[in-house]
Design a protein around this ligand. Structure first.
Ligand code: SF4
Length: 464
């Protein structure tokens, strides 16, 4: 979509002209959805999930409309008066909102901590300590002859496989050349094999059922990687498992596939520790094992880890924005007047547990998921408990914290021809400008956040 000089989007809702839309139905952010008003119920290229997403944008009701100046002034004063405010959520916000929220946190000497899943937090900490061997999705599409979906349930992002995964027509590799392995404890992905059309079938497709705790599997795979199977046969698993169990290990197909790969891509969902525990010291070693295993195969072949575009990866842009603006990817505290980082002490859950914050502002952005079914439902529940006792305000398209003291809706019917630019981040780091769907409601979160930012600035000038 074209941009005017002031960086507002110029609407191209000319009914004669088809629009190219970006779909937010899952974390894939497919950017090839054609739509025109002469066939308003057709979203060409969109999958069923995507069609439901656009239909919901077009039919959801606008509650009370965007907040008035009085409500925003009340919020600005509450933020200013709070001893230690916490700004959180941001998992469904666009990059422009996330950028402004960092500035607001700085201005209010607040803590800012996006809703990262425990696995995403562990992955980030492991990445800081040991690095990561990764690639763009385009590289996976064009080069990967082995694709391993590790705890992904690929049906959660239906077109990922077609556009970038095993079903994509790559420059150097075609679907029929690929070996595909689905690794999980849950047998659900087995059904996924039946969905592939004949032309999309890979050379081989296998399901590997692993234990609930990924640590043992990864340790055994690292040990086996020292002894790749020879190119002309499938090797003897007893060589790779000396002194171990003489029964073929369940992970053997993965080892075989990597031994014969030219370019292997491990598409990662969330590694599991087998325990219900929020402590990153448990999750970080798992991601370090994954990195060691990947590194072990980067010699005569390439092996990369790329993120799966499930909803849990939505927060990656918030991490990027925080890093660009503060140098830190999460849990940043501005109370001392400069950014301080502690992924444990300044984590939002820890701060609430220690009763260290006295005001919470939660940005819930624009999610099409029902709050109760979203991956961050448990986090919402924790904030709901907190809001029983303390002031919590929420800004977003739909209310997700039922006991929020105030909910400021950002949703509006589409009345204006221009809106601020909105950018989303794909989980692999690609930034995409998103267009406003002409038949849908509009989430004005960036505009409203900008108003809040201006008010806070004015307050600080008037009463420094
Ligand atoms: S795969 Fe995801 S982003 Fe792409 S069309 Fe389907 S729901 Fe939309």
């Amino acid at each position: 979509m074209a941009l005017a000089k002031d960086r507002t989007q110029i609407s191209n809702s000319n009914p004669a002209r088809p629009l190219s839309l970006v779909c937010g139905g899952c974390g894939c952010w497919c950017d090839d959805i054609d739509w025109d008003s002469s066939r308003p119920h057709e979203y060409r290229s969109a999958c069923e999930l995507g069609r439901r997403y656009f239909e919901r944008l077009g039919t959801r009701s606008v509650g009370s409309g965007p907040p008035d100046n009085e409500s925003l002034a009340e919020l600005a004063n509450a933020l200013r008066d709070a001893r230690r405010p916490l700004l959180t959520g941001l998992h469904q916000s666009c990059l422009e909102t996330q950028r402004l929220v960092v500035a607001i946190a700085d201005r209010c000497q607040a803590v800012i901590d996006p809703f990262l899943s425990d696995a995403a937090r562990s992955k980030t900490l492991a990445f800081q300590q040991s690095g990561e061997i990764s690639a763009s999705w385009g590289e996976v599409k064009n080069r990967a002859d082995v694709v391993i979906y590790w705890r992904c349930q690929p049906e959660r992002a239906p077109r990922f496989r077609q556009r970038y995964g095993d079903q994509a027509d790559g420059e150097f590799v075609q679907p029929a050349d690929r070996t595909v392995i689905v690794v999980d404890s849950n047998p659900e992905p087995v059904r996924w094999q039946d969905d592939a059309s004949a032309s999309q079938l890979p050379r081989s497709l296998q399901f590997v059922a692993i234990d609930q705790d990924d640590r043992i599997t990864l340790e055994q795979l690292i040990s086996a990687s020292q002894q790749p199977c020879p190119p002309d046969n499938h090797g003897d698993f007893r060589d790779a498992n000396p002194g171990g169990n003489q029964v073929k290990p369940v992970w053997w197909p993965i080892h075989e596939a990597l031994s014969h790969a030219k370019y292997a891509a491990i598409v990662i969902g969330e590694l599991q520790t087998g325990a219900d525990c929020h402590d990153p010291t448990v999750g970080v070693p798992l991601y370090q094992l994954l990195q060691r295993w990947t590194a072990a195969w980067n010699d005569q072949r390439r092996c990369v880890v790329v993120p799966f575009p499930g909803a849990v990866n939505h927060c990656r842009t918030a991490q990027s924005v925080l890093t660009w603006r503060t140098g830190y990817p999460m849990s940043v505290d501005f109370s001392a007047g400069f950014p301080r980082y502690d992924a444990v002490a300044f984590h939002w859950r820890e701060l609430l547990a220690r009763d260290e914050v006295d005001f919470v502002l939660h940005f819930s952005g624009d999610s099409v998921l029902e709050p109760a079914n979203a991956p961050w439902a448990a986090a919402n529940q924790r904030l709901t408990q907190w809001a029983d006792q303390k002031p919590l305000w929420e800004i977003g398209a739909q209310q997700t914290i039922p006991r929020a003291r105030r909910f400021l809706s950002t949703l509006t019917a589409r009345t204006s021809a221009t809106t601020r630019q909105r950018t989303v981040g794909r989980p692999d780091g690609i930034l995409l400008p998103i267009s406003v769907f002409p038949s849908g409601t509009v989430n004005r979160e960036p505009e409203i956040t900008e108003q809040l930012w201006s008010l806070l600035n004015r307050l600080s000038v008037e009463a420094p």
